[in-house]
Ligand binder design. Structure first.
Ligand code: SAH
Length: 562
């Protein structure tokens, strides 16, 4: 048996298992299907003959596509309908799989007979079915009717329309490839939350379909474990704040998923060394309001080293398509390594901004006076208006976080500083279990689930009074909605940095009212909770030294960038 034939047997068994369990649904791209087949692994004895069975790898996509096309031609377990993208580089999409249509070869028991006329016109859609196959394959057709109103019940044309609607655009796919996180920080979560729930659901789905050997009792996503402490009353249900509850010691671990020893770095079959020890609680990070321990349910990540076996390596996914979308190079017109993070600890009401130079991007999350108790001092509306923002920019963008009454005051300041609001980003907040926050800490009339970031462009007009946009800005890449987990009070999602850096690659960027965790390469961060300054740009350093000789600027001069 050739390797490809062996892989065909493996694919066939895996597809039967995946579709009988509804682990995957059509339409599905062959690539996504391949990742599931790889995750499933091969149970011993599936491939006839001795010696080790071959295994699919992500680089086998072309071979997997060929096998799918052969299975579409003839599959002992049922019927599989595939369609190839019109784009020449595009892959295969599995449009439909019907396990109920069983084709059983019975050469010994029943005399060869002509294949029955297909029961419905869909039957003809199996591409590449040859006359010879039809003549020589005697089969018994067992019909299965999909429930009306379900995807399976759509006719062939509607299924194709649906399949097309599900496909992302070529630009969307390329952008996702290009900007996919390579840090391994992205961990998909199991919607069942706990391992017990996941195992129960899988066992139920197994019972309703044919059980298959070697299937792990739980899925390979991240699960959570309820923290049952002496004071916990599980009947009360989930705490509204979960890991951001001030009375919960795991608060300081926020965001909920601390860096795990990534199973993506592990070889399949790596030997486990017992459960991972997660960072211990670092003490309540709240503002001293907690009176008694919270009796509601909290969770922590429940991850064991063996959980990740069979997990798809995301980095090889990213390597698969090295081509890049033709993006503008930003104001510097060249792609260079950003400078290390720089910051200045200062009172922004008094600091002389003229030492900083000009920036292409300003981001600000001001301590607006929103009549709420906050763990830091706020600034009055007049102090905000008086901020010398106009001096920081000749041309570029201002990203301004606003909340509560600052939604109005912020707009007013933005205009006052010489900006035109062109967009507004909404951050939809999710909790530790990745569900939309329904009862957060803010909102008098409605519970707040989102925050807002205004996007302003410096008001520069041409001779006709038309607003001029920075020529270097990349447009149309990101959407104006970010869905991301809440962390410490006031902390904003890191996703906005990616969004801004895609709009303005390179260039000088300043974050005003930032904290230590906001500092990052390519950015200068200003705030009063930053600790000793760190400055690399030599000219800025000289200006600061001249104006503030007493300031101790890190790093030492020999580390200065020219
Ligand atoms: N965007 C930040 C949160 C900013 S909260 C994040 O993602 O974490 C506002 C910050 O502004 C606080 O650190 C606060 O101490 C600081 N701040 C308040 N008044 C200030 C002032 N006068 N000068 C400098 N920083 C100030």
């Amino acid at each position: 048996m050739s390797i490809e034939d062996k892989l065909k047997v493996i694919a066939s068994t895996a597809l039967e298992s995946l579709f009988s369990r509804n682990t995957v649904k059509t339409p599905i791209s062959s690539f996504d299907l391949l990742t599931h087949v790889i995750s499933l692994g091969t149970s011993p004895g599936v491939v006839p003959g001795s010696g080790p069975s071959p295994r699919f790898r992500l680089v086998d996509l072309a071979r997997f596509d060929r096998i799918l096309e052969r299975l579409a031609d003839h599959w002992d377990c049922g019927k599989i309908v595939v369609s190839r993208d019109e784009d020449p580089d595009g892959g295969l999409t599995v449009m439909d799989v019907q396990l109920g249509v069983v084709s059983t070869s019975q050469p010994e028991r029943s005399p060869p007979r002509k294949r029955k006329r297909p029961v419905d016109e869909d039957d003809d859609s199996a591409v590449g079915r040859t006359q010879e196959a039809e003549e020589s394959t005697p089969e018994k057709v067992v019909r299965w009717s999909p429930p009306p109103g379900t995807l399976e019940s759509l006719n062939k044309v509607m299924k194709e329309v649906y399949g097309l609607m599900q496909q992302s655009t070529a630009k969307g796919k390329l952008l996702a490839e290009q900007f996919r996180s390579l840090t391994g920080n992205f961990e998909p979560l199991c919607l069942r939350i706990t391992k017990e729930e996941c195992a129960r659901a899988r066992a139920e789905s197994n019972a309703s379909s044919s059980p298959s050997k070697g299937l792990s009792p739980i899925c390979d996503r991240i699960h959570f474990r309820p923290l049952i402490r002496p004071h916990t009353d599980p009947t009360l249900g989930h705490c509204s704040y979960l890991n951001t509850c001030y009375s919960e010691p795991t608060y300081a671990q926020s965001p909920s998923i601390p860096p795990l020893p990534s199973h993506r770095q592990m070889q399949y079959g790596a030997q486990g060394s017992g459960p991972v020890s997660l960072p211990s609680g670092l003490g309540a990070g709240g503002r001293g309001k907690e009176k008694a321990p919270c009796r509601y349910l909290h969770f922590e990540v429940d991850w064991d080293v063996n959980d990740g076996q069979g997990m798809v390596d995301q980095r090889s996914v990213a390597r698969r398509k090295p081509y890049k979308v033709g993006l503008g190079l930003g104001p510097m017109k060249t792609l260079s390594k950003p400078l290390p993070a720089q910051w200045i600890n200062c009172d922004l009401r008094r600091f002389d901004y003229s030492v900083l130079g000009k920036f292409h991007v300003i981001m600000a999350d001001p301590p607006w006076d929103i009549h709420m108790s906050l763990p830091y001092g706020t600034m009055t509306d007049d102090e905000m208006r008086a901020m010398p923002i106009p001096a920081l920019q000749d041309e570029g963008f201002l990203f301004l976080w606003v909340t509560g009454r600052a939604m109005e005051v912020g707009r007013e300041c933005l205009r006052f500083w010489g900006y035109t609001r062109v967009d507004e980003v909404v951050w939809v907040k999710t909790n530790q279990l990745q569900r939309v926050i329904r009862t957060g800490r803010t909102g008098h009339w409605l519970n707040h689930t989102k925050e807002h970031m205004l996007v302003g462009v410096k008001t520069v007009t041409d001779e006709h009074g038309t607003l001029k946009f920075p020529s270097w800005a990349n447009r149309g890449l990101d959407t104006d909605v970010v869905v991301s987990e809440v962390r410490e009070t006031s902390r904003k999602p890191d996703e906005v940095y990616g969004m801004i850096e895609r709009m303005c690659p390179g260039g000088r960027k300043v974050e005003i009212f930032g904290r230590k965790h906001n500092t990052r390469p390519g950015w200068l961060t200003l705030g009063n909770q930053l600790g000793a300054d760190q400055i690399y740009e030599e000219d800025m350093r000289a200006r600061i030294k001249a104006k503030y000789p007493e300031r101790n600027l890190n790093p030492p001069p020999d580390a200065i960038m020219h």
